[in-house]
Structures are given as structure tokens and as C-alpha cells.
Design a protein around this ligand. Sequence first.
Ligand code: 5AD
Ligand code: SF4
Length: 465
Amino acid sequence: MPTNEKWDVYLKEYAAPQGRAPAFRTETMGCQMNERDSETIAGLLEEMGYVPAASRQEAAVIVVNTCSVREIADPRVFGILGQIKKVKEAHPALVTAVCGCMMQQQHVVDAVKSKYPWVDIIFGTHNIHMLPELLRNVVLEKHKATDVWDDGGEIVEGLPARRTFAFKAYINVMYGCDNYCSYCIVPYTRGRERSRATGEILREARALADSGAKEVMLLGQNVNSYRGAEDAQTAGFVDFPALLYRLAAVPGLERIRFMTSHPKDLSDRLIAAFRDCKKLCKVIHLPVQSGSSRTLARMNRRYTKEHYIALIEKLRDASPGIAVTTDIITGFPGETGADFEETLDLAEKIRFDSAFTFLYSARKGTPAAQFGDQVPEEEKHRRFNLLVERLNGITAEKNNAYLGRTERVLAEGRGKTGRDTLAGRTDSGKLVNFIGPLSLTGQMVDVRITGAKTFSLYGEIAARP
Ligand code: 5AD
Ligand code: SF4
């Protein structure tokens, strides 16, 4: 019997006693790229006939999507696999799959295979589209599968997606990274840089807008390197600023955001787009990593503290009030007390709207893991705490400046601060809580800001749509 028919038989046989189709669950760690990948995984599973599961106990398949940027081997993943073992003891037919960045590292795959033998499928970031085939093999033929591709090759277009929200969506514009910052695992786990064809991105954006999306977040490790073919057939190339203007012309889309941009090649044209492209949200996430030019050189970042400061000045000239957010690592190998002071000084000079702070942690296979002069843990933490305290103070001051203003907010649903509150984001990406009916979810609402905390703003509806 052909596989398709066998699969239909499986679905029918499953549904008969259960009274419903087999259910799936995705559990996602890490960044927006992983969240977007999980939407594709969910879309593929739905296409196979699965329905979303309300709990692990209900699931016929669980897919754990892992991250390796923040932890060498994220202990949460192993905790989850331990819990899934118990679920599987009660439901032996449960299929467990593990994917994502951690699985692009051979030593992690080896560890999962030897210590977690109840895992049925291991796949990587480059072969998500293979999941249906791997899953059919496990369910129908009881073949466990490990299938991780070393590199991405051609981008696979046209995969389905189960979108988390109707009114806002992620769109991948490029995959991978060629920058090889000396601490970072991404070039090894996400592969070489590949841009999606502009036509494909526009098609996706139009379809999203048609189904109610007002805001899109464009995803890429370094969007400045975007170089998209007009469409799969033609030769001309479109760069990132040009892509932004084309997306701005898509009817229905009101806001365009993007992540992430690398300071070494943030172009004047992209800076000008913050002035000229009305739909481009006035916020930039520009990871600086360190304020010391010496450390930046050892990180292989290819810019200096002065260059970064000059970029922010240009951005603020082009778009006064633009929010600037960043990532900073403390305790990079060889970072001296003086280097750290430079980072504190940079934070004072730039006054970031918010910053993600990371304790340096060595990634196997990256150059910095081999550097001899690792900073002692205690000192790393001391610097981290000092920096976070200062950055939080600045964030609170920045938020205070919003008091009394009326901001346009895209309401995203119930907030966490009370039964009647809605949460949403300003154009500049600030989280705002305000009292309002759930029916405003997905609408642009004018909110007068009446309160400011370190991580959020409070307000009252000034005008409804
Ligand atoms: N150690 C600590 N932080 C890291 N990041 C990436 N790799 C490491 C590492 N090995 C941080 C960087 C990056 C963010 C996503 O994660 O700041 O911008
Ligand atoms: Fe990692 Fe650097 Fe690429 Fe960012 S630019 S993903 S930090 S290698």
C-alpha cells in the first residue's frame, strides 16, 4: 500500500476509538526564528491531519524546538525530555521529536541518542520540511530517525504555517549568518546566509495582510546583507531598504518591524528609511555586544565604539525619538575592568531604551571557546549585575519620558496586570497596559500614557479605532 494510503488508514484507525484526530504539541525555546519555525512545524503537522493538543497527555506527537544561543546545552531541554519520558510510559504510542539549533551540534545529538533513547526523531534547522516523512516512518514503520543536514542549500518555499496571531506575523527574509562573531554558534547551527526571493516575501506579506495582519516583523540574523532575487526566475537583486519600501506598499499592513541589524554594515539608506518610510516602526535593535573597541575586535565584530556611537547619532538625526535596543555580553574572554568601564560608559552615552544582557558562555566549536583568558565566573556576574542595574535605570528614565504622551498601540490581547487590562505595543516597541475590552484585540488604539515602570507603560484609552 502506498504511504499516503497507509497514512489515511492510520488516521482513521486512530480516530475510531479516540473520537478525534491525533494531536500535536510544539514546545519552543529561544528566539523569534525558532518561534517562526515552530509555526511551520505546526502547519506541516496540521496538513498531515493532526490537531493541536491541549496538553502533553493528549498529544500523539510532541516536537521540542531547542535553542543554543544562550546555553551550551540548555538544561530545560533535558528537563522537558525527562518529563516526556513519564508521559510516554503512560502513552507508549507517543512520538517524541527534538529539533532546532541544539540539534545542529553533533555532540548534542550524540548525548540525546545515548541518554534519552525514548526520543524517536531528531532533525535540524535545515530540514524542517522533512518532518512529515520522518514522522510517517516512525508511526507506520516504527523506524526511529536522525536526520540533520549540515547546511541549508536552497530555501524551501511554500511550507504551510499555523500562525500564532492573526493581526501580527513573523516573516523570514533571510536565513543563516556569515559573520562568525568569535563567541557565536549561529553560523554553525543556522548555516550560511541565504536570502528569500523578494517575490516570495511579498506574496507572503500580501496573504498575511489579506487575512488581517496589520504588523509584520521581518526576521534575519543580519538583514543588512539581504539580497533578494526579484523572483525565482529573474536576475535583478533587491536590497533590504528596497524590500522595506515594497512591503510598505502592501495594502492593509500598517507596521513593519525587523530584527536584527549588524552595526558594521547598517547602511545610510536603511537609516534614511526610518525617516522616509512611514510604516517602518521607529525602533532599531542594534546589538553592540561591548563598549570596548579592543573587545569588539576580539569578538570579530568589525566596528569600534566610536563607529557605533556615530551610527546612533545618524539614526537619531534621521528619526528623532527612535528607540534603540541592544544586546551586551559581559565577561567575554580577556575583558578587563577597563574594558567593562567602556561598556558602562557606552550605556551612559547611548541611553538604550532597553538591553538584553548576557553572561559570556563558551560555545564548543567557536574561536572564543579556545581563548585562554576566560573571566572568572564571580567577576562575570559582578559586572553583569552592575551593568543590568545601570541599564534598568536608564530604561526607566526613557519610559518616564512617555508620561503624558498619546501613543498609537496595537492591542495584542489580555495583559498580565489585571482582569480588564489589554496589553499592546507602541510603534517604538514599548509594552503598554491599559483597561479595555477584549474586542479591541488586533486594533490600533490611541492610548494616553499615565504611568511608567522599568519594563512597561500604563495608560488610558484616548481614542478608539
Ligand atoms: N555567550 C553569551 N551571549 C551570547 N550571545 C550569543 N552567543 C553568546 C555566548 N556564547 C548573545 C549575543 C547575541 C544574543 C542573541 O545572544 O549578545 O546578540
Ligand atoms: Fe552570531 Fe554575530 Fe551572526 Fe549575530 S552577527 S548571529 S552574533 S555570528
